[in-house]
Design a protein around this ligand. Structure first.
Ligand code: ACO
Length: 428
């Protein structure tokens, strides 16, 4: 097999080495492109063909529908692991043994207080503020209360920053929701499991005991695992690029939350549910919405369909569809939204437009149905995604800093005006 790629330009040939990943992915290493060719650059809007880094965290094969965290299949992890184990695995590279997992959890619990002053910041937001905006701001505000920058060459410092954010982020998530619902801000309970505690912080009513519901906690755990990492997607690339300027972990995460908010990325889960609700309210005519999605003069897209990388099926969508069926049955909920979702999926999978463009349901097509069944408000769906993605962002940030990657700074091809002289305002 070839070990280099040759570029011919201006009568000269330039060789570039090939890099092979552990799963046999091949990439052309163009690090020297500009220097050897005298300034040639590449253009690749949306980075559809560009690898930004070498990474050992998540492998996915969009054609075969494979997703693995640190080598373990998403199917096995969703079935057998819990979210805290997956956090540890993603961040540190190996599944923890019992002692490591227990120490990890204790260290997180010991960091779970959030400065009371943070409540003043939360108070300043109107109730109508979108929770993603609030969460991004609160995450950024955490820096002010934890101003010591992380010495990334110190394993202790790094570990400290990681457990700190894994502890405080769920508190911020719960406060974000409780603020919107007008509920008093709650704290966790060290006697509970990591995900159970998150659920308690979100849902505990002031006058009632918190009662654990295993079906609900297991469902939440599974959803968080499915969202935990997805290699160099928009928000993760944002976290890495912000961190590459040596901005701190919390600042990088806050930027990642903003990137995730968009409806083409994490915001799709909210958009899917709103779309399904609109279809139900409109009489359930899925054909009408299929036609809109295919009409190029109509900006409507079938939310929850299509993926930049998966062009066959999204393995997470398979797991989540099955989970949605089971959870709704377990909780005894009949939801017309699920029927519309299934109908829409069936039609799309048989429709030439969707088949030709390899558009399949993605992870968020069914996640909203489950969140809804768990009593999570629609506007909180993307926040739940952020909660799940937190360990992935941390792992990617950590890897980037430990590899001492250079600052992210893409090139461009300038297409604006060429040189012109300044004209005084009264002469324009
Ligand atoms: N509905 C209708 N048509 C679509 C859809 C859709 N959901 N997605 C893509 N297409 C069409 C495009 O119009 C385009 O058609 P054309 O070739 O005739 O111009 C073709 O399929 C390719 O689409 P692109 O936007 O170029 O594909 P890209 O890989 O850039 O985008 C994306 C992927 C953003 C996910 C897109 O499929 C989309 O917008 N989906 C809906 C939003 C969504 O569900 N996002 C969640 C992604 S998963 C996640 O973040 C967890």
């Amino acid at each position: 097999m070839a070990d280099k790629a040759t570029l011919e330009y201006n009568g000269q040939k330039f060789d570039f080495p090939l890099i092979k990943g552990t799963e046999d992915e091949l990439a052309i290493d163009i690090k020297t492109l500009r220097s050897v060719t005298g300034g040639l650059t590449t253009i690749d809007p949306g980075y559809k063909n560009t690898g930004s880094c070498e990474s050992g965290i998540t492998f996915l094969d969009g054609e075969k529908g494979i997703l693995r965290y640190r080598g373990y299949s998403i199917e096995e992890l969703a079935e057998k692991a819990d979210f805290l184990e997956v956090c540890y695995l993603l961040i540190f590279g190996e599944l923890p043994n019992k002692e490591q997992l227990s120490a990890f959890h204790i260290d997180i619990k010991n960091e779970s207080h959030v400065d009371e002053e943070m409540k003043k910041i939360l108070d300043a937001f109107p109730k109508s503020a979108h929770p993603m905006g609030v969460l991004s701001s609160l995450t950024s505000a955490l820096i002010a209360f934890n101003p010591v920058s992380v010495n990334v060459t110190s394993a202790d410092d790094m570990y400290g920053a990681i457990v700190r954010i894994l502890a405080k982020f769920p508190v911020l998530v719960s406060w974000t929701m409780r603020k919107q619902k007008g509920l008093p801000l709650d704290y966790g309970d060290d006697n509970l499991g990591y995900v159970e505690n998150i659920h308690k912080m979100m849902f505990k009513m002031p006058t009632k005991e918190y009662v654990k519901n295993k079906i609900v906690i297991d469902a939440l755990d599974k959803l968080l695992i499915l969202h935990a990492d997805h290699e160099q997607n928009c928000s993760t690339s944002t976290v890495r690029i912000v961190g590459s300027s040596h901005a701190g972990l919390f600042a990088s995460l806050s930027a990642g939350i903003s990137a995730l908010w968009g409806p083409l990325h994490g915001g799709a889960n909210q958009a899917v549910l709103e779309m399904l609700e609109a279809i139900v309210a409109d009489g359930g005519d899925t054909k009408k919405y299929m036609a809109k999605a295919k009409d190029k003069s109509d900006p409507f897209r079938l939310m929850g369909f299509g993926h930049r990388v998966y062009k066959n099926f999204d393995p997470r969508a398979k797991i989540i569809k099955k989970a949605a069926d089971e959870i709704l049955a377990d909780l005894g909920i009949e939801d017309p939204i699920l029927d519309v979702a299934k109908g829409l999926e069936k039609e799309a999978l048989e429709d030439q437009y969707f088949v030709d463009r390899k558009l399949y349901p993605n992870v968020d097509f069914y996640s909203g149905v489950i969140y809804r069944a768990l009593g999570i408000p629609t506007e909180m769906f993307t926040v739940m995604f952020a909660l799940g993605r937190l360990p992935g962002w941390i792992a990617q940030w950590r890897e980037m800093r430990l590899r001492n990657e250079p600052i992210g700074r893409p090139r461009q091809v300038y297409i604006g005006e060429t040189f012109r002289s300044f004209v005084e305002v009264d002469k324009r």
